[in-house]
Design a protein around this ligand. Structure first.
Ligand SMILES: [Zn+2]
Length: 322
């Protein structure tokens, strides 16, 4: 098994590097100050702001048999652009995000809306915090299984505790990693994008969102997380970083108990072969890619090291480069 070595990784594409970077520290919440004054515009002008071509390509739930503008209205369940603005606080989400996202606010709202539509089709019991907490061990154990099967199992487990877990393809330019939204007093949506191509990134995002569910219900009823590499500190509300840190800590500690990690590094930190990482992952009941991802984030490993232990996630549909 490979020892840790220092290699320059000159041949990786920018996309590969992006896919390996730490995830999900951005946050957006919606408050009264988050609302834009809606500028009246024609239906066609309004609809043209949505990435309809991509929404069709990615099989979003646009009603068929209508003009594009009417399809967008139907998708949101509103009868006018003004109604869309007042009915969907998500319309103002991008105000607290980066300039990149600001220009894509309609796409962000479309992604959230699609997550809601998919979630509405999942039979849910009432939210049960104790049961969710007691399901965490089983959920983290899924990281050992083949990714696509594991996600389906996670969706079932979540539905039994009142959490609608949905995967929605990322719309170009939005750079979202996930969202948590309380749909009612008894149901909560956890949405994940198809942004990440490695299992550790996706599972980390999942447990990050579960952290928002368990820890922040009273304060954050609607959180949209965007990928770390596009967050600018002067745009993101600094008051929110506390919640992001908590959710990240929750994800990290739920996946890998801190004491076990400390012991492992004390014993093997100097050599750290793939075999040792694999055995440690087995001993704590998670997939080896989870451990590699954590060690990379903690800079124990370089970003190019240990990746053979991760699962590559195939989302099963063609995605265009953007
Ligand atoms: Zn978050």
């Amino acid at each position: 098994m490979a020892k840790r070595t220092q290699n320059n990784d000159l041949f990786r594409s920018a996309a590969d590097i992006e896919a390996d970077t730490p995830i999900s520290v951005g946050v957006t919440t919606v408050g009264p100050e988050g609302f834009l004054a809606f500028q009246p515009m024609s239906l066609l002008d309004w609809a043209s702001n949505f990435p309809i071509k991509d929404m069709k390509r990615l099989k979003f739930s646009l009603p068929g048999g209508r003009s594009d503008a009417e399809a967008v209205l139907g998708f949101f369940g509103v009868d006018s652009p003004q109604h869309w603005q007042s009915a969907l606080p998500a319309a103002s989400l991008a105000l607290r995000q980066t300039q990149v996202l600001n220009a894509r606010s309609e796409a962000v709202t479309a992604w959230v809306r699609e997550a809601e539509i998919v979630a509405s089709q999942i039979p849910l019991v009432d939210y049960d915090e104790a049961k969710l907490r007691s399901s965490l061990t089983e959920l983290r154990g899924l990281t050992r299984e083949q990714f696509d099967i594991a996600i389906e199992k996670a969706q079932v487990i979540c539905s039994h505790v009142g959490v609608a877990l949905v995967i929605v393809p990322e719309l170009p330019g939005t750079r979202l990693s996930g969202c948590t939204r309380w749909l009612s007093d008894t149901h909560v949506l956890v949405g994940l994008t198809t942004r990440y191509k490695k299992d550790d990134q996706l599972w980390f995002t999942f447990f990050h969102e579960i952290g928002h569910v368990l820890l922040h219900r009273e304060r954050l009823s609607f959180v949209v997380d965007n990928a770390a590499e596009y967050i600018s500190d002067d745009v993101v509300d600094s008051g929110m970083s506390f919640y992001e840190d908590e959710a990240n800590q929750f994800a990290a500690d739920t996946l890998i108990p801190p004491a076990a990690l400390t012991n492992f590094l004390d014993l093997h930190g100097e050599t750290l072969t793939n075999d040792e990482i694999h055995n440690f992952a087995e001993s704590i009941g998670v997939g080896p890619g989870i451990v590699v991802g954590r060690l990379q984030r903690d800079k124990v490993l370089e970003w190019h090291q240990g990746n053979a232990l991760k699962q590559t996630v195939d989302w099963g549909f063609a995605e265009e480069e953007y």
